[in-house]
Design a protein around this ligand. Sequence first.
Ligand code: FES
Length: 123
Amino acid sequence: MTADSVPMRRLCKLDDLPKGDAFDALGFAASKPGRAGVFVMRSGDDVKAYVNCCPHLGTPLNWSPDRFVGLERECIVCATHGAEFRVDSGECTSGPCLGDRLDPVAVEVRDGDVYVADWEGGD
Ligand code: FES
C-alpha cells in the first residue's frame, strides 16, 4: 500500500521538527484509547516516522515526551531495556529484540506540513 492510497493525517509543520546533524524527534499521542502513538524524526530534508511501540514488549520507546534517541543522538533507543534501532530503517541493532524492526509509518511533507499515514487503523 502506498502513501497515496491511505488516509494521511497532518501532524505538524516541518519547521516544528528539531533539525541538525544528529537526529531528534517529536512524539504524538494516538487519538484512540489503547493505541500506540507515533514519532517523527528529521535530519536535513529526510523525515522518518515510526509507531511508538518497542517490538520487544510493546512499550512506548521514549524516555520523556520527545526523547527517543540515545545520548549520542545517532540511534533510537528504547527507554525500557535500551534496545537500539537504526533511524533509517527501524532495524534493531542491539538489545533483546535484535533483528526486529520498528513499524514504519508512511510520511510526506506537503507545503511545509508533515503528514503521516493513519497508523491507528480502523475503529
Ligand atoms: S521493551 Fe524495548 S527493549 Fe525491552
